[in-house]
Design a protein around this ligand. Structure first.
Ligand SMILES: NC(=O)c1ccc[n+]([C@@H]2O[C@H](COP(=O)([O-])OP(=O)(O)OC[C@H]3O[C@@H](n4cnc5c(N)ncnc54)[C@H](OP(=O)(O)O)[C@@H]3O)[C@@H](O)[C@H]2O)c1
Length: 168
């Protein structure tokens, strides 16, 4: 199974403002992410992202996607196709037999997957914006991974998508 990290970032590597504001992410970016997630059929996110994403109206597009939320806590999910996993490895176990699964934030969860070297490919949609403070795309863990550049795509007039493979 291919494990794909998919994120929208500012040109300086933030994924949200400190107050969780992501209103600067374009509609084209959401559409690209939504399509990738529906194509994969599986999504893994951290607990904070789960609480935020599932309250957004656009989340209804992803209601049929099997979802694992990574958390050390035990709680009841909002839907029967959503599961709580206590670690990144346990989250992947929910997707046995899938061709691919999308890992989509936030920064804490992304860093956990990369520190355990569980990501195969990375898509970064670079929004034409910078800000001084915010939540970084990889947060709280140190690691170093070499990447191979697989390609780029313009997803809007002012926005580019970068595609990398993690070299093993
Ligand atoms: N720009 C984008 O594309 C994008 C995408 C997604 C999210 N976001 C934004 O990112 C922000 C959230 O990021 P964040 O870093 O604060 O939070 P997060 O990664 O979404 O969630 C962190 C929580 O997930 C759980 N978790 C993460 N790694 C774990 C591990 N290895 N084992 C067990 N549990 C683990 C823990 O939950 P417990 O405390 O319950 O144990 C942790 O407190 C939000 O503002 C969201 O809107 C942006």
């Amino acid at each position: 199974m291919k494990v794909i990290l998919y994120m929208a970032i500012t040109a300086n590597g933030f994924i949200a403002k400190n107050d969780d504001d992501t209103s600067w992410i374009s509609k084209e970016e959401w559409n690209s992410y939504s399509l990738a997630t529906q194509t994969a059929g599986g999504l893994i996110i951290g607990h904070r992202t789960y609480d935020i994403l599932t309250k957004q109206p656009e989340f209804s597009e992803l209601k049929d996607v099997k979802l694992a939320v990574v958390s050390e806590k035990k709680f009841k999910t909002l839907s029967p196709n959503q599961f709580v996993a206590s670690s990144p490895k346990k989250a992947l176990e929910f997707f046995e037999g899938y061709k691919e699964v999308i890992v989509a934030g936030g920064g804490t969860l992304n860093a956990s997957f990369l520190a355990e070297n569980l990501i195969d490919e990375i898509y970064l949609d670079v929004e034409p914006i910078i800000f001084g403070k915010g939540i970084p795309v990889f947060k709280g863990k140190d690691f170093e991974l070499k990447l191979e550049f697989l390609g780029q795509k313009k997803i809007a007039d002012n926005e580019i998508q970068l595609h990398y493979k993690v070299v093993r």
